[in-house]
Design a protein around this ligand. Structure first.
Ligand code: SAM
Length: 232
């Protein structure tokens, strides 16, 4: 179970709302039962259930069961897309192990606002489901030109270019180390954006194959490929 409280031995975590309902009514947790907790930063902790009432309980942290997790240094930078589809990207990016999910506003984006609270909730749910204890960072929406202007020197910027680029697997293999993938919106990147991206010193245009993938498919396929090749 994910909690916002910073965890440590002896910390008491009051739980109510949906998580309490899940523990009390679905999991039928009893006094002194152990519940596993994570706060997204400090690994996984065992906590004892106590003060169980109808709608709330307290979890008292006993000991750490897993150390803080090492996450591969990979960012997924993607343009905002329609609600259900960006939710899917958040869920899969978390499962696949990204360190950061960075929304990027581009000219042809059909959506220009994202509900970051909802996206964060999807990241948390995916982390709970896949046993990940370190939550991905979720960036505020950044404009593409600002993101490119401040691009960190030591990070590859693999740019999924539907108009053609380097072959994926060989390119990823040849460029290990901190990286990001940039994926465009439903309408793709416009020519001026493509030019601007290619001017970033660390940018490498790559192809995801001969077919035009939906933005969410491209995001998941690119992340999965990077994780397979460079993710240990
Ligand atoms: N409207 C664009 C077109 O018709 O050319 C397609 C955009 S595509 C749905 C959304 C994004 O997915 C693209 O901007 C790109 O980043 C990525 N993408 C999709 N297919 C790709 C491919 N075969 N190679 C590289 N990137 C791809």
């Amino acid at each position: 179970l994910h909690v916002e409280t910073q965890l440590g031995e002896g910390v008491s975590v009051p739980v109510d709302g949906n998580p309490a309902h899940y523990l009390i009514s679905v999991m039928r947790v009893k006094a002194d039962d152990i519940v596993l907790l994570f706060d997204g930063r400090s690994g996984e902790w065992a906590a004892k259930a106590r003060d169980i009432r109808k709608r709330d309980l307290v979890l008292e942290v006993v000991s750490r069961t897993r150390p803080p997790e090492d996450v591969p240094d990979f960012w997924l930078c993607c343009a905002p897309i329609r609600k259900g589809r960006i939710d899917l990207v958040a869920e899969k990016a978390c499962e696949l192990g990204v360190a950061r999910l960075q929304p990027v506003l581009t000219r042809r984006a059909v959506v220009d606002k994202l509900n970051l609270d909802r996206l964060y909730a999807h990241l948390v749910e995916a982390a709970e489901q896949c046993g990940r204890t370190a939550l991905p960072e979720l960036g505020q929406m950044a404009k593409l030109d600002a993101l490119l202007r401040d691009w960190p020197e030591g990070r590859w910027l693999f740019f999924a270019d539907e108009s053609g680029g380097e072959p994926l697997a060989d390119t990823l293999k040849a460029h290990p180390g901190p990286a990001a993938f940039l994926i465009g919106p439903e309408g793709g990147f416009d020519p001026a954006e493509r030019e601007a991206i290619r001017r970033v010193a660390k940018a490498i245009p790559v192809s995801l194959g001969p077919r035009i993938l939906r933005a969410e498919t491209a995001a998941i396929a690119a992340t999965s490929a990077w994780m397979t090749i460079n993710g240990d």
